[in-house]
Design a protein around this ligand. Structure first.
Ligand SMILES: NC(=O)c1ccc[n+]([C@@H]2O[C@H](COP(=O)([O-])OP(=O)(O)OC[C@H]3O[C@@H](n4cnc5c(N)ncnc54)[C@H](OP(=O)(O)O)[C@@H]3O)[C@@H](O)[C@H]2O)c1
Length: 291
């Protein structure tokens, strides 16, 4: 079995997690809505991840909704002591599977309790406030009211640590005046590098950066350069994309999503892939428009 014992670690709140983790969003049904076609296959992916050494799983109660968290509970509860489950609040699903903001104090409180119940926990390790001014990317606007509500839930002992998702540097600074921010989760991969400067700033401060859509998400990465590099290294393009992120900065924690045990194994093996400097230079040119 693939194991990631050699993976380097970085602090997520008060615990050092392995930098190769797992994002559970792909376990729900098509469009992250409803149950998966094969629930046993979803449970197998989660069990394989933990057996391989993953101790950081990313989720939300709005995946499904409720489905992904219930699968995590069924597959893994009682949880290993070292497992850190990170969830997110701030959105809800419409009946048509749309993604809607859910930022009121009542909605955030409800979401925290939904996560606790469906995951079978008394306290959530890390909760990201998923900002929804623009669902597709960070947009300016004050996060004071919802983050204050979340910080109060932390004061009540329902949450250990708070993070932010889909945010700008200005919002991170505003957030830090309200409560400690242990991680930032934004859209980033080798073709989408708007957060380059932010990642380096967070690395200097010791804050984890968790790229979502590390493989391109709903539109998987496609690039002739990426394919060529992969072929030269005897790896798959997705493994190269993950190896590039792994090498990009020490504070990057990877949460690639997959519903397949075979893809999970391939993804976890990416930490061991050595990327020579000239191949990194070629990959760096992808975001500059030379695909
Ligand atoms: N904060 C936010 O707003 C936000 C937004 C989106 C996601 N997230 C989190 O980030 C995690 C990662 O993002 P993501 O799952 O959306 O996208 P992703 O990791 O970029 O890509 C997932 C896609 O890549 C495919 N894939 C995975 N491994 C592969 C491999 N080795 N070879 C070929 N295809 C492969 C998956 O299909 P298969 O299932 O067939 O492998 C799936 O279609 C999510 O699971 C979620 O926890 C957060």
């Amino acid at each position: 079995m693939t194991t990631i014992e050699q993976s380097s670690r970085f602090n997520l709140g008060d615990r050092a997690v392995k930098r190769l983790g797992y994002g559970a969003m792909q376990l729900a049904g098509p469009g992250v809505f409803g149950p998966p076609k094969d629930p046993d296959a979803a449970l197998a992916v989660l069990r394989e991840a933990v057996a391989a050494g993953v101790n950081h799983i990313d989720t939300s109660d709005f995946y499904g909704p409720h489905i992904t968290n219930r699968l995590i509970r069924e597959a893994l509860h009682p949880y290993p002591d070292d497992l850190v489950i990170v969830t997110k609040v701030g959105a809800r699903r419409g009946e048509d599977a749309s993604w809607l903001p859910a930022f009121s104090r009542e909605a955030l409180t409800q979401a925290v309790h939904d996560n606790l119940r469906n995951l079978g926990l008394d306290v959530l390790d890390v909760v990201n406030l998923r900002v929804m001014f623009d669902v597709h990317g960070p947009a300016e606007g004050s996060i004071e009211a919802p983050l204050t509500a979340l910080a109060e839930l932390r004061q009540q002992g329902l949450i250990r640590h708070v993070g932010l998702s889909n945010v700008t540097a200005t919002q991170i600074a505003e957030g830090r005046r309200i409560c400690p921010i242990v991680c930032v989760q934004n859209h980033y991969n080798l073709a989408h590098r708007a957060d380059d400067a932010l990642i380096d700033d967070l690395a200097r401060e010791g804050t984890a950066y968790v790229p979502y859509f590390p493989l391109g998400g709903f539109t998987p990465l496609q690039s002739s350069t990426l394919s060529d590099v992969a072929q030269r290294l005897g790896a798959s393009p997705m493994q190269v994309a993950l190896a590039w992120l792994y090498r990009r900065a020490p504070n990057i924690l990877l949460i690639p999503g997959t519903s397949s045990v075979a893809h999970l194994r391939a993804n976890l093996a990416a930490a061991e892939l050595d990327l020579p400097a000239d191949e990194v230079a070629a990959l760096d040119r992808i975001a500059a428009g030379h695909s």
